[in-house]
Design a protein around this ligand. Structure first.
Ligand code: URP
Ligand code: ZN
Ligand code: ZN
Length: 481
């Protein structure tokens, strides 16, 4: 078989338009996008009549094989990226999280080793979990190695949480390196306080988890991080925004011209807090993640955030723990490993509830699942679009295909699926990663090691525009005689 593929008869959808076109792939790149292309001799032909041909999804928030809360998340870079491909996602950005006493570069070496088995392309964010001169120095080398995004956990006290002093130092450093800051926005001091108070009251089950992390706690941290980023003059991306309390400050910041971005998780758009009141402990514990699932009115706010542009990206925070791992917190909800999965179902759940219900258009779907992440994290147009010269990361999307989501049939490495039993219409028919078919006719063709690292350089344009936008970062002295 030659390394040429023609995707014929479909409707190409990018973030800005949709039109009838064939897509020719030569090697690993898109070679032509036009009506009625001829298949070169020996080319593989994928018939896409009735289907949408879209950029493969980018999930910019995953935790594969993450050591966390005394255990390790179940999906590794192979199983996680293979499951991603089954759902139409062709690239992930995973978080390098240095352990205690580990430097940034030591942790990056470990993540490089883990990711070598990826079946689809990957990139990394770097977490700043403490501060020293070495951290400051290594951030420059991390940036040179293609990581322009630095994450800060404002919660998980006593583990990976950082305080305002670290936020300020790190945000300044990221600004000077031309990068972007990310925050897990929850006030970790308040969470720790409420966790202990609720536990002391005798609430020990999973229902204690959301009680200890009310929306106000997320709103405070989101607003604080945004204000710190504003005065320092660095772009800020707020991950897994789950409630209006955290969303409103993002919308305000954007409205005032700040370079700020919001991410929501597909799980938070669909699932609400009653899951924690399930009388079956295991069933309730499966949903323990942070921020927790919220009362329904927050879902409506998140959808409005998507429609108004305050939310640009839908991710998953894919971090799977199975039932046995969750049981570490029997008798003490504070010890239930935090995390849920979603990488395989993100695209179809968003299509079904977003495009299928008329809330968003197919182009907005592409922007939310792929193009915006590629732009924000600086790998566009190599990723995130279908254009001549782009990587041939493509999903042929069947808008009429229906399936029922279940742990019995999913490819994620966990015994539970937070969308269990949900019927979705709109699914990946074929997924190609740099021209290679990873998923077709309901079968995975994933190969460990096919996935390649995607370096993402620092961006000059953000920092330049911020220097103009941000009055406070440009102080001037009063000239006196
Ligand atoms: O509960 C979650 N979200 N677990 C993964 C780590 C994080 O906070 O992103
Ligand atoms: Zn988080
Ligand atoms: Zn996360």
């Amino acid at each position: 078989m030659s390394d040429t593929t023609l995707i014929r008869g479909g409707t190409v959808v990018t973030a800005d338009r949709q039109w009838r076109a064939d897509v020719l792939i030569a090697g690993q790149k898109v070679a032509a996008v036009a009506e009625s292309l001829q298949a070169p001799v020996g080319a593989r032909v994928i018939e896409a009549g009735g289907a949408f041909v879209m950029p493969g999804g980018i999930d910019p928030h995953t935790h594969m094989e993450l050591p966390f809360m005394g255990t390790v998340s179940k999906d590794d870079f192979f199983t996680g990226t293979a499951a991603a491909a089954a759902g139409g996602t062709t690239m992930i950005i995973d978080f390098v999280i240095p352990g205690p006493e580990q430097s940034l570069l030591e942790a990056l070496d470990i993540w490089n080793g883990r990711a070598a088995k990826a079946a689809a392309d990957y990139s990394f964010h770097m977490a700043i979990t403490g501060w020293s001169d070495r951290t400051h120095t290594e951030m420059a080398e991390v940036t040179r190695r293609g990581i322009n995004s630095f994450k800060h956990f404002m919660a998980y006290k006593g583990a990976i949480m950082v305080d305002d002093s670290v936020l300020v130092k790190s945000f300044i450093r990221v600004r000077d390196l031309g990068g972007i800051c990310l925050v897990h926005a929850e006030n970790g001091e308040l969470v720790a306080h409420f966790q202990n108070e609720i536990f002391a009251r005798g609430i020990t089950g999973p229902e204690g988890h959301p009680l200890s992390r009310p929306a106000e706690v997320e709103g405070e941290a989101s607003n604080r991080a945004l204000r710190i980023a504003e005065v320092i003059g660095v772009p800020l991306y707020v991950v897994h925004t789950s409630c209006s309390d955290a969303l409103d400050p993002i919308a305000r910041a954007r409205g005032e011209g700040q370079c700020a971005f919001g991410e929501a998780l597909i799980q938070h758009l669909i699932i609400s807090e009653e899951v924690y009141r399930n009388e079956d402990w295991d069933q309730a514990a499966h949903y323990v993640m942070s921020p927790p699932f919220r009362p329904r009115e927050h879902q409506a706010a998140l959808w409005h955030g998507i429609q108004s542009g305050a939310i640009q990206v839908i991710g998953t925070d894919h971090c799977v723990f199975d039932t046995a791992q969750k049981r570490a917190g029997r008798g003490d909800f504070r010890k239930i490993p935090n995390g849920t999965g979603g990488i395989e179902d993100r695209m179809s759940v968003l299509w079904h509830h977003g495009v299928g219900s008329g809330r968003i258009t197919p182009s907005e779907f592409v922007a939310l699942t792929s193009s915006n992440a590629a732009r924000i994290y600086n790998c566009y147009p190599r990723k995130g679009t279908i254009a001549v010269g782009s990587d041939a990361d493509i999903v042929v999307w069947d808008p009429a295909a229906t399936r029922i989501i279940s742990a019995r049939t999913h490819h994620q490495n966990g015994d539970f699926n937070v969308f269990e039993g949900m019927t979705v219409t709109g699914n990946a028919a074929v997924t190609l990663s740099r021209g290679a078919v990873l998923w077709q006719d309901g079968k995975l063709h994933a190969t460990a090691g096919w996935g390649k690292y995607v370096p993402r350089p620092a961006f000059a344009d953000f920092t330049q525009s911020l220097a103009v936008r941000n009055k406070l970062a440009q102080p001037t002295a009063v000239k006196r005689a």
